[in-house]
Design a protein around this ligand. Structure first.
Ligand code: BMA
Length: 356
């Protein structure tokens, strides 16, 4: 008996868990997301509380809330620029404001997801510059390894700073190195082999998790729509908690979007079941929202058939008018979005706040 007990304790200690100890914040969030997913799909919006259609930097404001009376259940924020020590991200959102909004969203029971478009470590240009073989250079022995280690330390510092005034650490969904099979980002397929990509994801995971003890990260993997072999760049089940896809309609073509949505969600549903992972549309939307019934007639009739944890509609960009992806007061899609929001299975902040 004694022997068995010490064996069990040995296992618990070696896995970092002791009976009676709360599980890490990330595991708590994963369990909560699974519960929420049974109720419906959370509606998400990038940069929701910091700017929107025709406004910026107001406090307490949100295009989604102005239309349907509640904040989106998921808010997305962007970390690009933090690695350079900048005070504002690449879309000019101050990191201090972002931290505050993340904490506000957590306190009202909402969920947070973070993306990162770091600059090209070799050329110093932005994330959309794939030149200079940067991925090869950031591994041990490479010319940018020291710099990359500092970047990860900085980003870990931000994750570890996400604490409520009472000292509670805020769990977030972290979605690094997205749309990797495309050729536009420096970590993308242009100069990076699948093996190098996996190494990059795993290196990031280990340094943040093991070295900097960021136990508040739920890890998302999100290729772009149209990927033939979803597992080609997949770093492995140990490193990923949520399977996503980024899918847009940039061309005002409902039929193509619908076809892609069905295709992507069929694939995600199947893989999610197979691998036992959550699934989500990690970025989506119809650019400029020209169809005034897009939410109820195009998106939702398909999306509602799948067990998607959330859909993150991209930003209503203050600095780029064509980047408009969710309803705001005065837009032709406003009424339609209200109907979409009234559906029992579309979830906003108040719908999930009691699901612990
Ligand atoms: C992209 C675009 C860019 C933006 C970036 C990071 O998809 O919206 O304008 O800078 O995301 O938010």
């Amino acid at each position: 008996m004694k022997k068995i007990c010490s064996l069990v304790i040995g296992i618990l200690v070696s896995t970092g868990m002791m009976a009676g100890e709360p599980s890490p914040p990330a595991s708590q969030l994963i369990a909560r997301l699974k519960k929420i997913q049974k109720k419906g799909m959370m509606v998400g919006h990038q940069d929701d509380p910091v700017y929107g259609h025709n406004w910026k930097w107001d406090k307490g404001r949100s295009d989604v809330k102005d239309v349907c009376g509640d904040y989106p259940a998921v808010m997305g924020f962007e970390l690009g620029g933090i690695e350079l020590g900048h005070k504002e991200n690449i879309d000019h959102v101050p990191f201090d404001r972002m931290r505050q909004e993340i904490i506000n969203q957590y306190k009202r029971g909402g969920v947070i997801t973070l993306s990162w478009h770091p600059s090209n470590p070799v050329t110093g240009k932005n994330a959309w510059d794939p030149s200079g073989n940067p991925v090869k250079e950031i591994f041990p022995g490479g010319s940018q390894y020291q710099k990359f280690k500092v970047w990860l330390k900085i980003i870990a510092g931000f994750f570890n700073s996400l604490k409520t005034p009472a000292g509670k650490i805020v769990p977030v969904i972290f979605r690094p190195w997205h749309e990797m099979e495309g050729n536009w980002f420096w970590w993308g397929s242009q100069g990076t082999s699948p093996e190098e990509y996996k190494k990059l994801y795993i290196l990031t995971y280990h340094r943040l998790t093991d070295l900097y003890k960021c136990d508040n990260l739920v890890w998302a993997f999100s290729p772009n729509s149209g990927i033939d072999d979803y597992m080609k760049y997949y770093p492995g089940n140990h490193y990923v908690d949520l399977l996503g896809i980024d899918l847009y309609d940039f061309d005002h073509n409902n039929a193509v979007y619908e076809k892609n949505l069905r295709h992507d969600l069929d694939m995600l549903q199947c893989l999610g079941r197979q691998q036992g992972k959550l699934i989500a549309l990690t970025e989506t939307g119809a650019q400029t929202l020209p169809d005034s019934t897009w939410f109820t007639q195009v998106f939702w009739p398909i999306a509602k058939k799948y067990p998607i944890c959330y859909s993150l509609f991209w930003r209503n960009a203050w600095d780029s008018p064509k980047e408009l992806y969710i309803a705001a007061p005065g837009l032709s899609v406003e009424k339609d979005f209200k109907v979409f929001a009234e559906d029992k299975r579309t979830l906003f902040d108040k719908d999930i706040e009691k699901i612990k």
